[in-house]
Design a binder for this molecule. Structure first.
Ligand code: GMT
Length: 375
């Protein structure tokens, strides 16, 4: 197949899923064309069968605000025509699904067609898509897509109930490369961050308010009453300064490392003891899956699709949103009981390999493409 993929190229779950999917499709012999405003960050070297088309932005003086949705449509049309694409798979509804719809309409006028598949990832449905100004357009673009997938059963339900969608939606969970994300601590790194054998907590996100990153610092603060512990904060975003302020206020400067955006995530995760995900909303939790694949249990809030990934009392623990006391209690419980920790760690690895390994999930996308193309 000749497949166009549009996604946000930045440090975020939807872009990671889109890029890793594209890489796997290319390895399976399909031709993949990424169409975006920048090179997706996990597409960091040459891959056979992968092409990148940058969306050019017009800087005509009348356009005070960027017209990205329109520029994207134009680039989609160009790539569809010259590369003879079979379908375009857009990740995150806004504005990608709308641009796809417009491209399809332009082609219709020329008696041509392109199949548009939209994958809904999370806040496009649960947060920003619900803003009154966006809601009708998001609903419309979902209904007009030739195929729609969500990354969890939770997100499918939300899409149907929040947008009154009467359409078949396929659930295809996030996936992980379990050979890359595997248990293998980097001793030198571990000794550097925890020189006295302290336990290591880790959190990875884009530091948006929905991630509740300050909760991870409050959890650490309580855990430190019981056990020497360090916290690694990986990623960057709007809440980072607030987190740095909180660390200073609680005098935790020696216990928290702000690592910023990192490429070598598997090394960091596999050198950690526990992953914290206290999110306000989370449609699946890709970084928690990557941690589990490294044999790292997860303590999370009980929101969204997280219970589809984390099995309470087997691969980690789930608590109410904002209940940092309970999350801290669970953390101490697990980190002071070696036998239980070992079982949770093994369960986490097994669950990710048996249910979410890329070799199991990628064929679901390929089958879905074929179904849509033959419909
Ligand atoms: O919805 C978002 O916040 C955007 C998206 C991203 O680009 O970071 O994250 C979502 O997509 C991931 C991949 O499918 C999921 O694993 C995340 O749970 C989801 N984030 C939220 O729902 C907050």
């Amino acid at each position: 197949m000749k497949i166009g993929i549009t996604c946000y190229p930045t440090y975020g779950g939807s872009g990671v899923v889109a890029t890793e999917l594209g890489k796997e499709l290319a390895m399976a012999g399909h031709e993949v064309h990424f169409i975006s405003y920048a090179m997706p960050h996990r597409l960091n070297h040459f891959f056979d069968n992968i092409y990148y088309h940058e969306v050019e932005m017009s800087n005509y003086p009348l356009f005070e605000h960027s017209l990205y949705g329109l520029s994207l449509t134009s680039k989609m049309l160009e790539v569809i025509e010259y590369e003879k694409l079979d379908l375009i798979h857009v990740h995150y509804a806004i504005p990608h699904a709308v641009s796809g719809y417009m491209a399809k309409q332009v082609l219709k006028k020329k008696n041509s067609d392109i199949k548009i598949i939209t994958t809904l990832h999370g806040t496009d449905i649960t947060l920003v898509g619900l803003e009154p100004s966006f809601l009708p357009l998001v609903k419309f673009s979902i209904e007009e897509s030739d195929g729609v997938t969500t990354v969890s059963r939770f997100l499918k339900e939300k899409t149907i109930t929040n947008y009154y969608i009467d359409k078949e939606i396929e659930v295809i969970h996030n996936f992980v490369d379990s050979e890359l994300f595997k248990p293998s601590a980097n001793q030198a790194f571990k000794e550097k961050v925890a020189p006295n054998g302290e336990k290591v907590l880790v959190h990875v996100s884009n530091f948006r308010p929905v991630k509740r990153v300050p909760d991870t610092i409050r959890i650490l603060h309580r855990v430190l009453d019981e056990i020497p512990t360090k916290l690694l904060l990986v990623g960057d975003g709007p809440d980072r300064s607030e987190c740095e302020r909180l660390v200073r206020e609680l005098k935790l400067e020696k216990n928290v490392y702000f690592l910023g955006k990192q490429d070598g995530l598997s090394e960091i995760l596999s050198s950690s003891d526990l992953f914290l995900m206290p999110s306000q909303s989370e449609s699946f939790g890709l970084s928690a899956l990557e941690a589990m694949s490294c044999g790292v249990p997860v303590i999370s809030s009980s929101v969204g699709g997280l219970p589809e990934l984390i099995v309470h009392n087997q691969t980690g623990y789930i608590a109410e949103i904002g209940d940092v006391n309970r999350m801290a209690k669970y953390t101490v419980d697990l980190l002071t009981n070696d036998k239980k920790y070992k079982a949770f760690s093994e369960n986490s690895r097994k669950r990710s390999v048996n249910n979410f390994e890329k070799k199991l999930i990628i064929p679901k996308y390929i089958d879905y493409y074929e179904k849509v193309l033959n419909s």
